[in-house]
Design a protein around this ligand. Structure first.
Ligand SMILES: [Zn+2]
Length: 407
């Protein structure tokens, strides 16, 4: 049995709480002594009495009950047990913190926020607990969809503690959601990064480079594109737009090389590359696209995206007979999508004026009617299945990067 992430977190929190419970108030006392040795030891004077020993064993039993409910995935009952603990042992802010996290993980966000705010009202709250509570409130707001408030909370934390990595990561993720690329990049630029995070950094750097180019700062744009390639030399997003930048700089050959590289990394994006070559000045693109398809047909002819891009180009350049043969071949395959339907329609309309094409058009129409069409959008997210018409590098539904591909 694999436990969900929040359950594992809850179990860890509870184990910590068990240790806290077993040591009674001593950890709390120790910290307060450590921080403020001159303060009267009020907790010590209240314990340990026989009564509190009884309370401790009751608390421990309640912890265990709560823990077993978490493991059994009965989170409502778990929450009820931990509420009892928090009512008995009102001195330990950590219990309330864990309770707030449980409320958040079970979707009771109003209660989570209330519990966390209550903690902040406590007098003499240790600074580390105050900071943690504030962070938790940021997470509550984020989960509740109050992104502005979440942003303000994390911004405040980062302002006070510029080295707080967790808060910087959370804030950066929020900025990404708001398409504030430069702010997001500034926050996570110096953080230690996993391979996945480095890939995201490449996308962010590319976005900032595009914005710099649009603002006319070509020097900044160039240095950022180079940086993005350094971060992830296989990022299709980076390579496509770096090529665009080079083309705008009249470096046609360099642009073509970089797009060719993008194609070899992932031929699923043939359309994005061919569309770019089509936009070259006439003298530059003459013969180039045909050469591109002929050169790669042997290795990539089985890839649907490659074939559809090839057919599209054939129709656009009036090679209707060649396009028709390939289209018939595609229509015989098991599943046909929206793009194939549109290409067939384009071909039939383009061939209409030719009297000789009538019979062939009838054949195509027959194939159209018998093909198993699914009129799904052209792109889909491999992580969550979301479908969309345009390529994007971050899924609008599940927020995954590099998960969108042609169908
Ligand atoms: Zn998705």
């Amino acid at each position: 049995m694999t436990l969900p992430y929040y359950q594992l977190v809850a179990i860890l929190v509870i184990i910590v709480l068990l240790l806290l419970g077993a040591w009674s108030g001593r950890k709390f006392i120790f910290r307060r002594r450590h921080l403020k040795p001159s303060e009267p030891d009020t907790l010590l004077s209240q314990s340990p009495t026989e009564k509190s020993n009884v309370d401790e064993s009751q608390i421990l039993r309640t912890y265990f009950r709560g823990l077993s409910y978490v493991i059994a995935n009965e989170t409502d009952k778990a929450v009820a047990e931990f509420v009892k603990v928090a009512q008995v042992n009102t001195t330990t802010a950590e219990i309330y913190l864990a309770l707030g996290q449980l409320f958040r993980n079970t979707g009771e966000l109003e209660r989570a926020i209330r519990v966390h705010r209550d903690i902040l009202l406590r007098p003499n709250l240790p600074e580390d607990v105050r900071r943690q509570t504030f962070f938790e409130i940021g997470l509550d707001y984020k989960k509740a969809g109050f992104f502005d408030r979440a942003c303000r909370t994390f911004e405040e934390i980062v302002e006070k503690e510029p080295k707080n990595q967790a808060a910087r990561r959370e804030l950066s993720a929020l900025y990404i959601g708001m398409r504030e690329w430069e702010k997001a990049l500034d926050l996570c630029r110096d953080l230690p990064a996993t391979q996945d995070e480095t890939s995201i950094l490449a996308h962010l750097t590319t976005e900032v480079a595009k914005a710099a180019e649009q603002a006319g700062d070509r020097k900044k744009a160039l240095s950022l594109f180079k940086k993005a390639v350094e971060l992830n030399e296989n990022c299709i997003d980076t390579l496509l737009h770096y090529g665009d930048f080079l083309l705008n700089d009249n470096q046609v050959q360099k642009a073509l090389e970089i797009w060719e590289k993008a194609f070899l990394i992932n031929p699923e994006f043939t359309t994005q590359i061919v569309d770019r070559i089509m936009k070259l000045p006439v003298a530059e693109r003459e013969g180039r696209i045909e050469e591109f398809f002929l050169r790669h047909r042997g290795d990539y002819g089985r890839i649907k995206a490659f074939n559809l891009a090839y057919i599209e180009w054939q129709i656009k350049s009036g090679r209707l007979q060649e396009a028709r043969i390939q289209l018939q071949d595609q229509l015989r395959q098991k599943r046909a999508g929206r793009k194939l339907f549109n290409l067939t329609k384009q071909l039939i309309l383009a061939a209409e004026p030719e009297a000789a094409a009538k019979d062939e058009n009838s054949d195509l129409i027959r194939s159209l009617l018998t093909a198993d069409f699914r009129f799904e959008k052209n792109y889909h997210c491999q992580k969550c299945g979301y479908r969309l018409d345009q390529i994007t590098w971050r899924c609008p539904r599940c927020s995954s990067w590099d998960s969108i591909f042609p169908r």
